[in-house]
Ligand binder design. Structure first.
Ligand code: NDP
Length: 281
């Protein structure tokens, strides 16, 4: 039976350490601030934003919610970002994705000052990550790497397979694993034989947005499997991995819920605190 990669417990530890760093910043007269820009009324986005604000409050980070209607124009969204760029109380800025249709997501993300980019989605950070330099790393892959390292899973020289090539999960995950000396394969919707690749993986990170796509017969015995997906199916929360069939085969498995999700939020707080620390230095 796979060892559980308990993201919830690790995130709680991270958040306790973050709260200490916040306290030491406050002692120097700085309260870290995170602005969350939400455009429109997508119910899932509203829940994510509420969770992020709650986590900020618990860590002592001040939230600056910016709510814009679904009818907001590109210029209005860019103007809101520019206000936050100039606001000295704000150390981190996050634009909740997806933006309503008609808005240019890439242009909005690129308008965030890189020093204030709490998500690490700015092309500046993406480029630095790609060339293997230290930079702001997107929260989900950063949290996944911490889970793997904390569990003591060997990375150097191992075969890592990432299923999904999005700019927010798959691509930065692949770049991070490469930086850790894994041999990395990235699969996507046009991959000819997905199982051929997944079966070779010592480390398998699944972020394809397809409920329970990865089954036990697609996993190498003893592999570390990280399930990024989150879906509600027939009233149950499931991931991109079929946990029931993968658990007996894998060496490690992250649960859904309680795996990657809590780590993503913890890393958002960490990126914000680091931005505040840099602003002070
Ligand atoms: P995207 O929809 O942006 O990307 C999905 C990727 O998976 C694409 O690259 C796509 O390929 C690939 N893909 C789709 N179907 C298949 C398939 N059948 N076989 C192989 N690859 C496939 O998703 P995200 O990266 O944003 O998110 C992935 C999942 O993770 C979602 O379920 C999302 O809800 C979840 N998520 C969870 C987070 C958390 O904190 N727990 C944070 C972020 C995301 P192609 O490029 O060819 O279209």
């Amino acid at each position: 039976m796979a060892i559980r990669l308990d993201g919830k417990a690790l995130a709680a530890q991270c958040r306790a350490e973050i709260a200490e760093r916040v306290a030491s910043l406050k002692a120097k007269g700085v309260t870290p601030g995170l602005a969350v820009v939400l455009v429109g009324d997508n119910p899932a986005s509203q829940i994510y934003v509420r969770n992020k604000e709650k986590a900020c409050a618990e860590a002592g980070i001040q939230s600056f919610p910016v709510l814009l209607p679904a009818t907001a124009t590109q210029e209005e969204v860019l103007a809101a970002v520019e206000n936050l760029n100039r606001d000295e109380r704000v150390h981190g800025i996050l634009v909740q994705l997806p933006l309503p249709k008609g808005l240019d997501e890439r242009a909005v993300l690129a308008a965030i000052r890189p020093e204030k980019d709490a998500d690490g989605f700015h092309p500046y950070h993406a480029g630095k990550l790609m060339v293997g330099e230290e930079t702001v790393v997107p929260c989900t892959p950063r949290g996944i790497l911490m889970m793997l390292k904390t569990a003591g899973i060997p990375l150097r020289g191992k075969e890592a397979v990432v299923v999904g090539r999005s700019a927010i999960v798959g691509r930065p995950m692949a770049a991070l694993l490469l930086r850790e000396d894994c041999t990395v394969t990235v699969c996507h919707s046009r991959t000819a034989d997905l199982a051929f690749h997944t079966k070779r993986a010592d480390i398998l990170v699944v972020a394809c947005g397809q409920p329970q796509l990865i089954t036990g017969d697609m996993v190498k015995p003893g592999a570390a499997v990280v399930d990024v997906g989150i879906h509600r199916v027939d009233g149950h929360v499931v991931g991109d991995v079929d946990a029931a069939s993968v658990e007996p085969v894998a060496g490690w498995l992250s649960p859904v819920p309680g795996g990657v999700g809590p780590m993503t939020i913890a890393m958002l707080l960490q990126n914000t605190v680091e931005a505040a620390e840099h602003a002070l230095s």
